[in-house]
Design a protein around this ligand. Structure first.
Ligand SMILES: N[C@@H](CCC(=O)N[C@@H](CS)C(=O)NCC(=O)O)C(=O)O
Length: 220
């Protein structure tokens, strides 16, 4: 079957809902107004067919005819090729968007992910490891705070996949109140996640996992 197909888990437990990375792709597809359908792969018991699409047994991946792309950043760049709503069309703006996509994933998420995982797992905040990730995240947030304090968008003077990704990388930090002393980051996050496409993508992910609960006859 042709068309864009986004694959995510058929179910996940309650805590990560609203943060599963298929959200990034749903959001981009909604921003671009591209038609797509959502397919699922089992969360419990990863099978060979899953590893054939995503070598780490993770989600999401996107199928476009006979092309399959995994890694959320790569998927967003792929979709950016399809829509000016996602990627500036001029060379300078595109270069800026690509650099900020990598900055979000490779500089900010590298710090925000362990920080939020520590919170998620309830690790004691005074452990040396926790203090290390606190400092790592602080160093990144201080720089992003300065950047976001002086511009509305990261790349090309308009919304792009760079903003989508940076916002989604900051969301788990905000979830655990890690942006409390970073007003520019908080304002940026509120503005970007106030977009109708984010709201729809977020609601759709929650609805799909709630429907999966129903199908399993459980409450999550
Ligand atoms: N770098 C990957 C990370 C994907 C990822 O961490 N996916 C999570 C869901 S948000 C997952 O599949 N977790 C299950 C696992 O790692 O086994 C991407 O951005 O696509």
């Amino acid at each position: 079957m042709g068309g864009l197909v986004l694959t995510t888990f058929d179910w996940v437990p309650e805590p990560p809902r609203g943060f599963v990375r298929d959200l990034r792709v749903r959001w981009a597809l909604e921003e671009a107004g591209l038609a797509y359908r959502v397919a699922t792969t089992p969360f419990e018991g990863r099978e060979a067919v899953h590893f054939a699409q995503q070598p780490f047994g993770q989600v999401p991946w996107l199928t476009d005819g006979d092309i399959t792309v995994f890694e959320s950043g790569a998927i967003l760049l792929y979709l950016g090729e399809k829509s000016a709503a996602l990627m500036p069309t001029d060379p300078r703006g595109r270069a800026e968007a690509v650099e900020w996509v990598f900055a979000a994933l490779n500089s900010v998420e590298m710090a925000s992910l362990p920080w939020s995982m520590f919170r998620f797992m309830g690790f004691p905040g005074n452990a040396p490891e926790a203090r290390f990730v606190d400092g790592f995240l602080k160093a990144r947030l201080e720089r992003i705070e300065t950047v976001l304090g002086s511009r509305e968008w990261l790349a090309g003077g308009s919304f792009s996949v760079a903003d989508l990704l940076m916002a989604d990388v900051l969301r788990p930090v905000d979830r655990f109140e890690g942006l409390a002393t970073y007003p520019a980051c908080r304002a940026y996050l509120a503005r970007i996640t106030g977009r109708p496409a984010f709201k729809k993508a977020h609601a759709d992910q929650l609805a799909d996992f709630a429907a999966a609960d129903e199908a399993r006859g459980s409450g999550g």
